[in-house]
Design a protein. Structure first.
Length: 156
């Protein structure tokens, strides 16, 4: 008969960690590619109103945003508490919208200009007077595709 014996002196082999840097860099690359950067720092208070009939925009790269709302607390001393217009990262007047739209059109390819949409992100407590002024200025510069940003309200 053969002799069976237990080898208590053997150790568990070490785990091979040579592939670990590859995995870490692959995860890092994935998160760098899939993460979007914040485009605009909001300087106005924004409570988006709700809507029941909502349609998602197809090409978000062709959308220019105009924010309208009351300035946030740190800007209230300088700009007051009346609703203000924000274009990119700066407060603006209605007369600045034409330059903003022209700059947005200049960024795009000539074939994409007719497909551009101007999205109004308006605080739900803002009066319609300033919104009407913005719409009139957009009409004057032939930016006729206007979208109101809302959040979807679920019917109960």
């Amino acid at each position: 008969m053969g002799k069976f014996r237990k080898d208590d002196g053997k150790e568990v082999p070490a785990i091979n960690t040579s592939a670990l840097p590859d995995i870490v860099f692959m995860l890092l690359f994935f998160f760098m590619v899939s993460t979007t950067m914040k485009e605009v720092t909001l300087k106005v208070k924004m409570t988006i109103p709700g809507a029941t009939e909502v349609k998602k925009l197809e090409k978000k790269s062709l959308v220019s945003y105009i924010y309208i709302g009351e300035p946030q607390r740190q800007f209230a001393k300088m700009f007051g508490t009346e609703p203000r217009i924000q274009l990119n990262d700066a407060f603006a007047n209605v007369s600045d919208i034409a330059d903003y739209i022209e700059a947005e059109r200049a960024k795009r390819d000539e074939a994409e200009v007719p497909l551009m949409t101007t999205s109004l992100k308006v605080d739900e407590n803002t009066k319609m007077g300033i919104v009407t002024d913005v719409k009139q200025e957009l009409r004057r510069v032939s930016a006729l595709k206007i979208n109101y940003s809302t959040k979807k309200v679920v019917k109960e």
